[in-house]
Design a binder for this molecule. Structure first.
Ligand SMILES: NC(=O)c1ccc[n+]([C@@H]2O[C@H](COP(=O)([O-])OP(=O)(O)OC[C@H]3O[C@@H](n4cnc5c(N)ncnc54)[C@H](O)[C@@H]3O)[C@@H](O)[C@H]2O)c1
Length: 265
């Protein structure tokens, strides 16, 4: 059976454990790792998983077919290389880390050498399938507009210097994915995913004090025509910065990897 290790016992890690326990993904968990070790036991025991527990990154990579990173950009930087060097596949949720060209090149080279793969799920935005197909041809324009409840982004580094008052829905940022993932490291991973597929993307961030949903609108224009995809995301009850669909996309990718049939782009 396909063996899964998980780094990060937070909102996404919990959902992945549940999906495997419920049989949504035909796989077994070999262990988890978190910088707060007590979280691992708490998550595993809450779903009745008692055959495995806290594992070091090295041991996890030796035992698992894939390690899912659902922790932080820092975790990708700290453990990505160690995991791939053991010939273990790596799924990355904290995609912003991969906008560091030196790190991305290093990880891709190790994956090639060790004949394993780096998987990046679509995450919290729909339309990645369309962008993937359309960018085989000529694409002229890609714009991502992310609207966030103000309280879900207020602790981002961006607000360390932004001092304007936000009383109503307001655009606070326009820039590149590279700038966006530095200023909103836990909130605009989707812009990094888009950037990995198509280098040039304009990111707008809207802060909305009255919103409860996280909305992403992806607009793509190219030789194929044009599409606009809007995702109105319900935030995870375990982490208001994370959209529920982000965990579901990781689970769907695990399901695709372990399934004998693949559907969709
Ligand atoms: N790709 C996407 O569209 C998308 C969408 C939502 C979230 N994310 C990203 O996925 C990641 C996980 O999201 P979440 O909502 O589960 O977060 P969370 O905060 O609920 O949980 C993260 C867990 O990882 C642990 N952790 C953080 N850094 C670590 C490290 N260096 N080593 C070991 N453990 C570490 C934390 O202790 C915590 O338990 C975040 O980086 C988030 O930004 C990506």
């Amino acid at each position: 059976m396909y063996k899964v290790g998980i780094v990060g016992a937070g909102a996404i890690g919990r959902r992945i454990v549940k999906a495997i326990v419920d049989g949504v993904v035909d796989a077994e968990i070999v262990g988890m790792f978190d910088k707060t070790p007590s979280k691992v036991q708490s998550v595993l025991s809450s779903f009745g998983v008692f055959g495995c527990g806290l594992l070091s990154i090295e041991d996890m990579a030796e035992k698992a077919d894939i390690v899912v990173e659902c922790a932080s950009q820092e975790a990708v930087r700290m453990y990505g290389q160690t995991i791939l060097e053991r010939g273990c596949n790596l799924m990355v949720m904290s995609v912003g880390a991969l906008l560091d060209d030196a790190l991305l090149t290093k990880l891709i080279n190790i994956a090639k050498e060790k004949e394993c793969k780096i998987y990046v799920p679509s995450g919290a935005v729909v339309g990645i399938d369309g962008l993937k197909a359309s960018s085989i041809g000529r694409v002229y324009n890609v714009v991502l507009t992310s609207s966030k409840p103000l309280n879900s982004i207020i602790n981002a580094p961006f607000f360390g210097t932004y001092k304007e008052e936000i009383k109503e829905r307001k655009k606070v940022f326009e820039g590149s994915p590279t700038q966006a993932v530095k200023l909103f490291p836990a909130s605009v991973n989707v812009s990094a995913t888009i950037n990995l597929l198509f280098g040039k993307c304009v990111v707008n961030v809207i802060a909305d004090p009255d919103a409860s949903e996280i909305t992403h609108t992806l607009e793509v224009e190219g030789d194929f025509g044009r599409f606009v995809a809007t995702t109105e995301n319900i935030p995870s009850k375990d982490n208001p910065r994370t959209s529920e669909i982000a965990a579901l996309s990781a689970i769907a990718m695990l399901k695709r990897i372990t399934s004998p049939i693949e559907i969709g782009t």
